[in-house]
Ligand binder design. Structure first.
Ligand code: NAP
Length: 319
C-alpha cells in the first residue's frame, strides 16, 4: 500500500510503499478515507509533544493517530489508536475493533475529521460551567478550533464573544463568524492589556485558551484589579499552547484576579462527549456551524505537511 512514512524524529513524512497491515486477534483493518493533519500530529512527529515517545520510539512509523475510514463491510467509522507502526496517514491501517465508532449517518468523512475540533469549544460548558448570557473570550480565535469555538459559544447562547488573533484579515473573518469584538495579540504588552480590559464588557466569564504564553500572561495581568475590590470570577480553560508552553503566574494574580484554571477535558464523560458531538453534527448539518478545509491527496503529503499558509483552514488528506 501507499503511506506517509516518517523516518526520523523531526523529519517530514514521505509518500512511499509500506507493507499492508494484517489484523490480529480483536483487530480490524481500516480502509482509510479522510485524515486531518493537526498541530498535535506535527508536535508528536517532531518529538516535542508529551506523548511523542510512545509514537516515535521505533522508526519508521506512519503518523496521525485518528481518522475516518471504512470497515471491511464498507461501514464508515471513526477510528483511533492504530497499532504502531501503522498510523492513519496510509491507504490502510489496523486498530482494535473497540477503537472504532460508527459515523453519524450521512456525515461526510472530511467534515467528520474537522468537526472533532469543535469539541474543544463545547468544553466552555463541560469544563467551564458556561451558562447562556455569559461572556466568552477565545484566545487563538483565528485558528480552526478557535473559529469553531467562536460559533459554538454563540450557538450555546453566549451574550458576548471576544476573540484574539494576530492577523488583521483573519480577525475580520472571525467577526464575520459572529464574534462581537476582536483583539490583536501582536499589540505591545501595555496596549494588549488595555485591549483585553476594553473588550470584556461586564467581564470575561469563561476564557478558552488555545495560546497560553505571552498573550495569557498579559490577560492575567489585565484581570488583576488595582484595588481591594473583589474581581469577577473568570474560568480559564487550557486547550493549547501555540504562543508558549509556560506562563509566569504571580501568586498575586491568581489570588486577586478571581481566575480559576482547568484543562479542557474536565467534566467530559464518554456519554457527554457523545451528546456534545451529536449537537455539533446537528449544527453543521443545519449550516449554523461552518469551517474551511484544504483537501490534499496522500501523494502530496510531503509538501502539505510543511504548509504554514492555512489561515484557519484544516488540512485534510483525502484518500
Ligand atoms: N484541534 C483540536 O481538536 C484540538 C484539541 C485539543 C487541543 N488543541 C490545541 O489547540 C490549539 C489550536 O489548534 P488549531 O487546530 O485551531 O490550530 P490552528 O488552526 O493551526 O490555529 C492556530 C492559531 O493559533 C495562532 N498562533 C499560532 N502561534 C501563535 C503565537 N505564537 N502567538 C499568537 N497566536 C499564535 C495562529 O495564528 P496565525 O494563523 O497567525 O499563525 C492560529 O490562529 C493547538 O495547540 C492544538 O494542539 C486542538
Amino acid at each position: 500500500m501507499k503511506a506517509a512514512v516518517l523516518h526520523e524524529v523531526g523529519g517530514v513524512p514521505r509518500y512511499e510503499d509500506f507493507p499492508d497491515p494484517v489484523a490480529g486477534e480483536g483487530e480490524v483493518v481500516i480502509d482509510v478515507r479522510a485524515v486531518a493533519v493537526e498541530n498535535v500530529d506535527k508536535a508528536i512527529a517532531a518529538g516535542t509533544h508529551y506523548a511523542s515517545s510512545r509514537y516515535v520510539e521505533k522508526l519508521p512509523v506512519i503518523p496521525v493517530f485518528d481518522g475516518i475510514g471504512a470497515l471491511p463491510d464498507g461501514t464508515l467509522v471513526g477510528f483511533g489508536g492504530p497499532r504502531l507502526p501503522y498510523g492513519a496517514l496510509a491507504e490502510k491501517t489496523v486498530v482494535s475493533r473497540e477503537a472504532t465508532v460508527p459515523m453519524a449517518e450521512g456525515l461526510d468523512p472530511v467534515a467528520a475529521t474537522v468537526l472533532s475540533s469543535a469539541m474543544t469549544g463545547m468544553s466552555i460548558r463541560s469544563a467551564g460551567g458556561f451558562v447562556p448570557g455569559e461572556t466568552v473570550l477565545v484566545q487563538g480565535g483565528t485558528g480552526v478550533a478557535g473559529r469553531l469555538a467562536v460559533q459554538v459559544a454563540k450557538l450555546l447562547g453566549a451574550g458576548r464573544v471576544v476573540a484574539t488573533g494576530r492577523n488583521a484579515a483573519q480577525l475580520e473573518e472571525v467577526l464575520a463568524l459572529g464574534a462581537d469584538a476582536v483583539i490583536d495579540t501582536s499589540l505591545p504588552d501595555d496596549e494588549l492589556a488595555k485591549a483585553y480590559a476594553a473588550a470584556c464588557g461586564d467581564g470575561y466569564d469563561v476564557v478558552l485558551d488555545y495560546l497560553w504564553g505571552r498573550p495569557t500572561e498579559i490577560l492575567l495581568r489585565a484581570l488583576t484589579p488595582d484595588s481591594f475590590a473583589l474581581a469577577k470570577p473568570t474560568r480559564l480553560i487550557q486547550v493549547g499552547e501555540l504562543a508558549g508552553s509556560t506562563i509566569a503566574l504571580s501568586g498575586e494574580a491568581l489570588r486577586t484576579s478571581g481566575v480559576e484554571i482547568c484543562g479542557a477535558a474536565k467534566g467530559f464523560t464518554a456519554e457527554s462527549m457523545g451528546e456534545a458531538f451529536a449537537q455539533i453534527v446537528e449544527w453543521s448539518r443545519s449550516g449554523s456551524l461552518t469551517f474551511s478545509v484544504e483537501r490534499v491527496p496522500l501523494s502530496d503529503i510531503e509538501a502539505a505537511w510543511q504548509r504554514t499558509d492555512l489561515g484557519g483552514r484544516r488540512l485534510v488528506v483525502v484518500l
